[in-house]
Design a protein around this ligand. Structure first.
Ligand SMILES: [Zn+2]
Length: 221
């Protein structure tokens, strides 16, 4: 409860952050609790036993003065992969960054840093998904004369090693892309790498199966 109140206290604007100072991550226990919430929420979703999408008015009112999400989710813009639904979480629980192919640029990393240092989330999940059109396009070497190409270009380096291999190459490419983005975040200075080193932050990769609804954590910590 104390942690929640602390988080709410610091759920302030960036301008306020300057005067109050940012908060930095959680600890092993809060990180474990966050992961459990995601795993259990996904199990509820898979079993059609969701509990977080009722009584919207009360939840709206409870969030008016601030937010204290416990996790940051970076995932694809794909309409079939809405984090709040597949993890069965309520308003204010997840700080979400969505871009096709779940790639990250400076805007995304800035948003992630805000979710962690200002809002107090201590768990970051990079979530890829089966049948990802963006990764598939990169794998096939599709060419566009517009901004879609920028997304494919960002995915290309991650999937070089799986091209031409046997088995489900698309799934391997999607997971390779998740691991690539995860590694980029783990090495991101000055904030994320430092918090990770201090054990105050967890960065995980995960894979969502469109058919079963299950989220597989690729490197459970
Ligand atoms: Zn996708």
């Amino acid at each position: 409860m104390k942690k929640i109140l602390t988080k709410l206290t610091f759920t302030l604007s960036l301008a306020s952050m300057v005067s109050f100072g940012p908060i930095f991550g959680g600890d092993a226990n809060s990180i474990k609790i966050a992961l459990n919430k995601l795993v259990e929420g996904n199990q509820r979703y898979v079993n059609s036993m969701t509990v977080c999408h009722e009584d919207w008015s009360a939840k709206r009112l409870a969030q008016v003065q601030g937010q204290a999400p416990f996790a940051v989710i970076i995932t694809c813009s794909d309409s079939r992969v809405p984090p709040e639904i597949i993890f069965d979480q309520a308003l204010g629980d997840l700080f979400v960054i969505r871009v096709a192919g779940n790639v990250v640029d400076d805007f995304a990393i800035g948003s992630i840093e805000y979710g962690v240092t200002v809002l107090g989330a201590d768990t970051i999940v990079v979530l890829g998904h089966s049948n990802c059109g963006a990764v598939d396009g990169a794998l096939k070497g599709l060419k566009f004369d517009n901004h879609i190409q920028e997304v494919l270009n960002a995915i290309q380096p991650a999937i070089e090693n799986v091209k031409g291999t046997s088995g489900n190459v698309l799934e391997k490419a999607i997971k390779a892309n998740v691991i690539h983005v995860e590694a980029k975040l783990k090495g991101s200075k000055p904030v994320l790498a430092k918090l990770l080193e201090q054990g105050k932050l967890s960065i995980l990769g995960a894979y969502y199966d469109l058919s079963s609804g299950k989220v597989e954590f690729l490197d459970k910590q």
